[in-house]
Design a binder for this molecule. Structure first.
Ligand code: AHR
Length: 489
């Protein structure tokens, strides 16, 4: 019998809403076609930005959006993306398809997008091919309200008041596409760049250093040794599909399902080990582990540009998202900012668009169901789950977490990794008397169920009927391949 015990009267860590962030890069049709259609488009837009996409992101209460990359960030020169659009220079997007970037979506457009969504911007500066001065001036342009060359330039470009952007990353993947640096060299670069990213009045910067690639523990050790006290976050990147990018997002068998979910759970080990190193250098927990790129990386859809990373999204991706978010909750003390890659039309997207059409992926629905955990207190819990076994390997079949919100409601989220078997779970709630339970469930008819532009609602949340409450104990029957969120009061 699977069991979970939740201690409802305890809990000290808050689940940061910012672990529900998204990442949007100048890559394929994330920006162009995904967010930006231009003011003259027949697709309904506000100042060139799609209304349908903004409305969908408002609904999930998107807390922050990371931009402009990714690998693109370390080739991006922000001054190319300001001023009259017809005068902006073009560049080649060498990382992503070699296409010409016209820079029509730049700083003003991105910050307008964030204002329309109501989320915090998270800007990644260029360390790989940029200069200290360039990044310093970007911060001044965006954040300084007084009289200065950059603030005056911003005003000349139509924006009177500073935006006051809080989250700034100092480079991206500088161990790879962002300059192939060694950790010691990057640590010095970080210190230099970060020195000139100034805090202007009212908005001290939250500076995020480039962190490790998956299990590169040495990178974390060096960065924490050299930069603790100068940074607010250290960025970890981990894609759970890596190694099998040739596998389809929609056509797979149980072995691929298992492989993907096993890799998803590796996030727990990664965070645990990086956190242990961080604890050594930073026992006061001043530096957050920022997982600002995560998600499933599959093969691109047949017939699409391989450099555009356009992939479909199934119920398997929903389970990936649910497991990952539950892992983030468990590590709420250290993990305080995270960004799924990416928002629209790229990798594990929450939204897909096709001209004027838009669909919400199964991953979107997980973000929608799980948003109740934002800013809630993580409740200590213990799950004893049976194994889901495939061939010689096993993983726990159930991943779950629980939180208590400001109104005292308890939310329990969980996923069943077993693609074929329903599972019984008994949940004991201790320390608080509860009287009612409701729930939502997301599942698919098959292990490859997904939404298409012809059938955009094939996978969508439904009212969950498989839970009973008796004497503070919940009896739950999780359907195979499902994600569930319960509300207990
Ligand atoms: O998200 C796609 C790419 O993956 C990003 O540009 C890069 O940072 C990572 O390698």
């Amino acid at each position: 019998m699977n069991s979970m015990v939740i201690q409802a009267d305890l809990g000290k860590d808050t689940i940061s809403p910012h672990v529900y962030g998204n990442f949007s890069e100048h890559l394929g049709h994330c920006i162009y076609g995904g967010f930006w259609v231009g003011e003259d488009s027949p697709i309904p837009n506000v100042r060139g930005i799609r209304k349908d996409v903004v409305a969908a992101l408002k609904k999930i209460k998107l807390p922050n959006l990371r931009w402009p990359g990714g690998c693109f960030a370390d080739e991006y020169h922000w001054t190319d993306g300001i001023g009259p659009r017809e005068n902006r220079p073009t560049m080649i997007n060498t990382h992503w398809g070699g296409v010409t970037e016209n820079n029509h979506f730049g700083t003003h457009e991105f910050l307008d997008l964030c204002e329309q969504i109501g989320c915090e911007p998270y800007i990644c500066g260029n360390v790989g091919s940029g200069t200290v001065q360039e990044m310093s001036q970007w911060v001044e342009y965006v954040n300084f309200d007084g009289v200065s060359p950059m603030a005056n330039l911003r005003r000349a470009n139509g924006r009177e008041e500073a935006w006051k952007v809080h989250f700034w990353a100092v480079g991206n993947e500088n161990w790879g596409c962002g300059g192939q640096m060694r950790p010691e060299f990057y640590a010095d670069q970080y210190r230099r760049f970060a020195t000139y990213c100034r805090n202007y009045p009212d908005k001290p910067l939250y500076k995020v250093a480039c962190g490790p690639c998956g299990p590169s523990y040495d990178w974390t050790d060096v960065l924490m040794r050299e930069c603790t006290g100068r940074m607010n976050g250290l960025a970890l990147h981990y894609y759970c599909g890596s190694g099998r990018e040739s596998r389809s997002a929609t056509q797979y068998a149980e072995g691929d399902w298992f492989f993907n979910l096993k890799n998803t759970l590796f996030m727990d080990e990664l965070i645990t080990k990086h956190s242990t190193i961080m604890d050594k250098h930073d026992p006061g927990n001043t530096v957050a582990l920022v997982v600002d790129e995560w998600g499933a990386w599959h093969a691109v859809e047949p017939g699409t540009n391989p450099g555009f990373l356009y992939q479909q999204n199934t119920i398997r991706d929903a389970v990936v998202a649910a497991m990952t978010l539950d892992i983030f909750h468990k590590h709420a003390r250290r993990v305080r900012l995270a960004n799924i890659a990416q928002t629209v039309n790229v990798l594990q997207a929450v939204i897909l668009t096709q001209d004027e059409k838009m669909l919400l992926t199964p991953t979107y629905h997980v973000f929608d169901m799980y948003k109740v955990h934002m800013d809630a207190t993580l409740l200590p819990s213990h799950v004893a789950a049976e194994d889901y076994t495939f061939g010689p390997e096993s993983i726990p079949a159930i991943t779950a977490s629980a939180s208590r919100d400001a109104a005292g409601k308890i939310h329990v989220s969980m996923s069943n990794a077993n693609p074929e078997q329903a599972l019984d779970l008994s949940i004991q709630i201790r320390g608080q008397t509860v009287s009612s339970v409701t729930g939502k469930v997301l599942t698919g008819k098959t292990i490859t169920s997904h939404n298409t532009f012809e059938a955009p609602r094939a996978v969508r949340p439904a009212t969950f009927e498989g839970v009973k409450l008796s004497r503070n104990k919940l009896s739950v029957k999780l359907p195979p391949r499902s994600v569930i969120v319960l509300e207990v009061v």
